[in-house]
Design a protein around this ligand. Structure first.
Ligand code: EPZ
Length: 428
């Protein structure tokens, strides 16, 4: 199994090109189903998750070609199913529900099951789709959905759910009449999905806010223009923290600074030097930053997908930080591994109290989920000596060309194999 070998303790300096957003690509790749024909998508990141989604779209009967752009032909749909073998590797496959119901009037999607960070129920997805005329049965670990006619309705989510909002949005675009979604997710990725669908002839207003209005249309067709996926604000946030935790300075290129506002605010509060241009953001520090308290929240609050990365930074900050995770019930798995690097963290319910240390020291640590593994890489970059991060497949789900991008800003990092001693490399 692949591992990542890091030799930490040196400042990172330079520019990192940011890829397209994983969490915008996944819904948009499957949303192509609601507009039969050939779609052209730009800036789709080459990740394990995006290739899983393309395999799912392929299993449904829609071939794709990955080149400078990603080309998907959804003229024909052969199966209305998201099978367990794909869903269990990528829970975002549940996003097939809305598009298949809108396209075929039926959908058979394996229940995603939980994951390391929580139960991850989909009750809100089903309630929202039922509100616009869908009916569901749970049988054999699958959700079996049917709809005769999608009809617009008013629906308020009980909890803010990103993929729940996206699932209902992707069906409501073809409903008869108007659908109003209240307490909807306002993440930039939802906004990008709506922009893609509007490019195909949908009529969606208010995406990017908590109230989305969808005026249903009778049919959609592929946009004549390439839709470029928006930049990944979580990848960018991760590299900004790398610049700060290593006491260097990293500049992220091809980003939308406004999407990073919640992260920029916290980094500045901690004393990091953060600068923004039109399409770039840089962050650095020439010493230890000071501890800040954070609480995760739906956008425009502090993103839960950046909580683990900030915890790594707080492990070497001056003072004590309180980190409250309000979105997922079990998103502190990285804490136990950070302790192995010398961090001081106390967990009480959904609050982690982090007492910053002057220094961490390298060790072997194990990744448990995507953002936890990013947190361990960041801590390893700051730690003195060698760190090996096991179960690298978690990172490969969400970080394109990680070794190349980190090496370009001066990190001593390479992929290894578990159980095989790291090649002896005298570091210059
Ligand atoms: C999306 O997951 C992201 N994934 C996650 O990113 C992200 O952490 C999360 O939103 C929150 O921002 C994708 O977009 C593919 P939720 P999602 O539904 O939609 C509860 C990453 O690292 N809930 O917004 O699955 C749920 O249990 C991943 O890139 C219900 O109760 O998350 C959670 O507590 C990890 N019922 C809260 O809502 C439902 O029907 C938010 O979950 C749905 C969700």
């Amino acid at each position: 199994m692949d591992t990542l070998l890091l030799n930490g303790g040196r400042p990172l300096r330079g520019s990192v090109p940011i890829s397209g957003a994983k969490n915008a690509s996944l819904p948009i790749l499957i949303a192509t189903l609601v507009a039969p024909g050939e779609h052209l998508l730009g800036n789709v990141p080459r990740l394990v998750d995006t290739s899983s989604m393309l395999s799912l779209v392929g299993r449904i009967g829609c071939p794709s070609i990955i080149g400078a752009n990603t080309r998907i032909d959804t003229s024909r749909v052969a199966f209305c199913e998201a099978p367990y073998d794909i869903v269990r590797t990528m829970r975002a496959s549940v996003l097939a529900l809305g598009p298949l119901l809108a396209r075929c009037g039926e959908a058979h999607v394996s229940l995603p099951g939980g994951c390391a960070i929580g139960m991850r129920p989909i009750d809100q997805h089903l309630k929202g789709l039922e509100a616009i005329g869908c009916r569901f049965e749970l049988e054999g670990g699958y959700v079996h959905g049917r709809v005769d006619k999608l009809r617009g309705a008013e629906f308020r989510f009980d909890v803010v759910t990103v993929t729940g909002t996206e699932n209902v949005l992707m069906a409501a675009v073809l409903a008869e009449g108007t659908t109003v979604l209240d307490n909807a997710a306002a993440e930039p990725e939802v906004e990008d999905l709506a922009a893609f669908l509007n490019g195909c002839g949908a009529h969606i207003e208010g995406a990017g806010t908590s109230r989305i209005v969808i005026h249903g249309v009778s049919s959609l067709k592929p946009s004549p223009k390439v839709h470029n996926i928006l930049p990944d604000r979580i990848e960018a946030g991760t590299y900004l923290v790398a610049g700060v935790i290593s006491q260097g300075n990293v500049r992220c290129e091809n980003v939308r600074p406004a999407d990073l506002e919640p992260v920029i605010r916290v980094l500045r509060e901690a004393g990091a030097a953060v600068e923004c241009g039109d399409t770039w953001v840089s962050a650095g520090a020439d010493g230890r930053v000071h501890a800040v308290d954070i609480e995760t929240a739906p956008h425009p609050g502090f993103p839960t997908d950046m909580q683990a990365q900030l915890m790594a930074l707080m492990c070497v900050a001056k003072g004590t930080s309180r980190i409250r995770e309000t979105i997922f019930e079990n998103r502190f798995m990285h804490a136990a591994e950070l302790l192995r690097l010398g961090a001081q963290i106390h967990i009480e319910g959904n609050t982690a109290t982090v007492t910053g240390q002057p220094q961490l020291s390298g060790a072997t640590v194990m990744a448990t989920d995507l953002r936890a593994s990013a947190s361990l890489v960041l801590a390893g970059l700051a730690a003195q000596g060698k760190t090996e991060v096991l179960r690298l497949y978690h990172l490969d789900r969400g970080y394109e060309r990680l070794v190349e991008k980190l090496s370009a800003v001066g990190a001593v990092v390479e992929r290894g194999q578990e159980g095989r001693p790291a090649p002896r490399r005298e570091v210059a």
